[in-house]
Structures are given as structure tokens and as C-alpha cells.
Ligand binder design. Sequence first.
Ligand code: ATP
Ligand code: MG
Length: 252
Amino acid sequence: MAQMLETDALTKVFGGFCAVDRVTLAVKEGTIHSVIGPNGAGKSTLFKMLTGTLAPTSGRVRFAGHDITGEPAHLITRRGLAQSFQITTIFPRLSVLDSLKMAIVARLGRSADFLTSFQDSGAVCDEALEIIEQVGLAYLAAAQASTLSHGDQRALEVALALATKPRMVLLDEPTAGMSPWETRRMVNLVRGLAQSRNLTVLFCEHDMDVVFEISELVTVMHQGRVLIEGPPDEVRRNEQVAEVYLGSEARG
Ligand SMILES: Nc1ncnc2c1ncn2[C@@H]1O[C@H](COP(=O)(O)OP(=O)(O)OP(=O)(O)O)[C@@H](O)[C@H]1O
Ligand SMILES: [Mg+2]
């Protein structure tokens, strides 16, 4: 299986502080891969460098065979690497359906299909409905985005990421703040998408049950570095990993 995403010694220094320290990572096409580690380990900073939100201090990022280091976020999205944004900061007043349509038209707008998208808005609507159905929000299509429950908003964020027609999605703590029921739904959604769309998924997450249930490979970060990487069973039994988590709890 080919590598969908690779980093080589990726590093981010803020002032004198090294938040991500020479991280080398490889995510195989079609797999669900997770990054875990205590608060402040550098997970979100790593993700921001992958999506072009933050420029790396040094190191390289390759996506689908292209060196994308330092490319702007919109270009990286267009290449097929999507991230989910907080919905409340994007289209809070639009309905679920209109949010999706906007996201699809935004994608088409950057290509030669732009005019077609307006002439043939039926196709945009069909695609929007299909995605809404897939994330389980069909019954909320007419609801205003900002009125959705926390779990439904996160599902909508995933839907908006899908509207970019990604080959890979990055999810930063997809189940944060969710009830057990909402968490279960997100787990099923991510797993279903990986299968039905052959999506590659990289996510970071504090819920270890979720991590060990759906990841094929787990990378553990600590203080900006990769501590270990392996299949869930191996990581679960690793003593260094346990120590890192206990240490972070002891510090509060
Ligand atoms: N813009 C910034 N300027 C300065 N320091 C930053 C900045 N962003 C993050 N950091 C620091 O970098 C370190 C890593 O932060 P990051 O948010 O990547 O951790 P994380 O693993 O995502 O943590 P959490 O699990 O709490 O989300 C932290 O010490 C954080 O304070
Ligand atoms: Mg984070």
C-alpha cells in the first residue's frame, strides 16, 4: 500500500520553544491512523502544519506523492487533504443543506465547473443531500447550523470536509465534549467513511477507547517528539506510554 501522507523531520519552533520536534510520520493510503499524547504534546501544531495553517520551521510534508511543504491551506485542500473546521465559525446562520451547498459551490468555484454549478444547481443539491445523508443529518437538513447539538455540529463539520472531495481527512479531537451516544455515532461515521469512500483518516483524540477501537496504527507524541508508534495492542501495553500519561496526570 502506498503512503498517502509522509512527514520528514517536521519541526515547529515558537520563539525558543520547540512544539513539534523532528516528527517523521507515514500514513498509509486507506487506513485510519491516530496521534495520541498528553496535553501540549504537539498534536494540534503538527496537524496545522499538515494542512497549511502553520508554516513549518523545518522539515518536509509529502501528500499523495507531492511535496506540499509551505503551500497555502486552500491549495492543500484542493489536492485532497481536508480538515474539519468549527462550524460555528463558518456558516452559523445557514441551514445544514445551504452550508453544504456553499461548500460544494466553493469547491467548484475554483475550477472550470464554476458556471456549470450555477446552471445545474440540481447536481449541487443532490451532492449536498447525499453527504448529509451519509453523516446522518438528513432529518436536520433545514435546521440552522448554530442551533444543532454539539454532536450534530461536529457531524456537520465532517460533512463540510467531505464537500471538498478529499482523499484524506484530518480530525483534531473529533469526539471532544461528546456524550457516549454522540461518540459512538462519530466512531461509526469515521469508520464508515474510511470504508465507503476509501478515505485515509488521521485523527488525534484523548478518548483511548475510540483510539484503540478504530486505529490501525497509533503514533504516540510526547513533548513534541514521537515516542513510539505501533498497532493499538502494542501501544496499549507499552510501559513508556503509560508513564507519559501518568506523569501528565500527576502534574494535573
Ligand atoms: N501559537 C503558539 N505560540 C506559542 N506556543 C504555542 C502555540 N501553539 C501551541 N503552542 C505550544 O506548543 C505546545 C504544543 O501545543 P499543541 O496545541 O500542539 O498540543 P496538543 O498536543 O494539541 O495538546 P492538547 O491535547 O491539549 O490539544 C504547547 O506547549 C503549546 O502551549
Ligand atoms: Mg490539540
